[in-house]
Design a protein around this ligand. Structure first.
Ligand SMILES: [Zn+2]
Ligand SMILES: [Zn+2]
Length: 403
């Protein structure tokens, strides 16, 4: 147990693992990784921090995030880093950075910012890479995407964007009914990224063809696509039937709580995302998304011009809390949807997304009401700020939480 002796143990927690909840569970951490997981008396050869019966979940993995804490990822490299830091304090220890439709030269510049954040190290920033939400999307279902910069699938443009990302491009949302979309799906897969389907007016057959061509994710299922119809199930039907992963924006606005409950019965398919914009964590007011005016009222973000929903003000913690408290999902299902499933979409299930030996020591500590008490990334406490954490975790023993 020398690896454990070098580190510390989080104990006295309800540990949510892929195999269920461990009452009075513990997780030993060494060198930023989970060294061992168990129940009952923790190993005696390392300092123990007792979590006083709190929930211990794996850190959240968000596949879809445009901003937060007043910071728009498209504004500047500093704003991009600040948005990531905001969500980290709210439990997102691994994230993609989502870029809305924009002129190609602007997308290239922003992809380079993401690449620079990735080079600083995932353990340092939590940034796994970029998600391109556009420009190869449907005019009919563009939602809050800026229609002026949408374009037909273009393999040369995709190649330019892949090059600009310098290995950091992790997913691309494509409308599968556009001419050339299937070739583009194949190119995205060949570039080592996830082809996602969304902002689309596709029929079932068109969507199914793209899934057969290698698409593995549906971008915010139900939003930005034709509704499910029993005689023309569209992208919604194709995604659910095929078993590909399906993002859900679980804020009670984008989808009804009953829809979240239905998706909870497909526990391997459900992926909770925020689709958060800069207004997350800030409050009502006026904001910009992709150069367009957005008004946030009662936590709902809508385009000032059309009233279209324009992202959310969610955090991953709030999405998980609603899934359990409003839609009645078992906590292990909500946790998998917020961590293990998105990690698997990216092929990173062996390094993040679960409380299992060998994974990064990324944790979210939640109280009985599923509010965040503390966040740990790669073995370091990183949220929600030392003072609130000290107040929240008064039961911590031995060395305390502040390292
Ligand atoms: Zn969208
Ligand atoms: Zn989005």
């Amino acid at each position: 147990m020398s690896a454990v002796a070098a580190g510390f143990v989080l104990a006295g927690a309800r540990v949510v693992t892929p195999d269920g909840v461990l009452e009075r569970g513990w997780a030993a951490v060494a060198d930023g990784r989970i060294a061992a997981v168990g129940v009952g008396t923790p190993p005696a050869d390392a300092p123990v921090r007792d979590l006083g019966g709190a929930w211990l979940l794996p850190g959240f993995v968000d596949l879809h995030m445009h901003g937060g804490g007043g910071h728009d990822v498209a504004a500047s490299p500093d704003a991009m880093a600040a948005a990531v830091a905001f969500h980290r304090e709210h439990g997102t220890t691994s994230t993609l950075i989502s870029l809305v439709t924009a002129p190609i030269e602007e997308l290239r510049a922003r992809l380079a910012w993401v690449a620079a954040l990735c080079r600083r190290g995932t353990g340092t920033t939590g940034v796994l890479g970029a998600h391109l939400e556009g420009p190869f999307l449907s005019h009919a279902r563009c939602g809050a995407q800026n229609a002026a910069f949408l374009r037909a699938p273009d393999r040369a443009v995709l190649a330019e964007l892949v090059a600009a990302a310098d290995g950091a491009l992790r997913s691309v949302t494509i409308a599968p009914e556009l001419p050339g979309a299937l070739e583009l799906v194949a190119d995205v897969v060949a570039a080592g990224a996830v082809a996602a389907l969304g902002h689309s007016d596709a029929t079932y057959a068109q969507a199914r063809a793209a899934i057969d061509a290698g698409a593995r994710l549906c971008t915010h299922l139900f939003n930005g696509m034709r509704p499910l119809h029993h005689r023309e199930p569209g992208l919604v039907g194709a995604a659910l039937e095929s078993g590909i992963a399906c993002e859900l924006i679980n804020d009670g606005v984008h989808v009804h709580p009953a829809v979240t409950a239905m998706l909870g019965r497909r526990p391997d398919q459900l992926v909770l995302v925020t689709d958060a914009i800069d207004a997350a964590g800030v409050g009502d007011g006026s904001y910009l998304l992709g150069g367009q005016q957005v008004r946030v009222q009662d936590g709902q973000a809508r385009l000032a011009s059309t009233g279209s929903l324009a992202g959310s003000t969610l955090t991953m913690a709030a999405a998980v809390r609603r899934a359990v408290q409003v839609s009645g999902l078992p906590i292990e299902v909500a946790s998998a949807a917020a961590s293990g499933n998105p990690a698997r979409v990216l092929g990173l299930q062996d390094s993040v997304g679960a409380i299992s030996p060998g994974r990064s020591a990324d944790f979210v500590v939640l109280d009985d009401d599923l509010q965040i008490l503390a966040v740990m990334a790669a073995g370091d406490w990183c949220g929600p700020g030392p003072e609130r954490r000290r107040d929240a975790l008064q039961t911590v023993t031995n060395t305390g939480l502040d390292q």
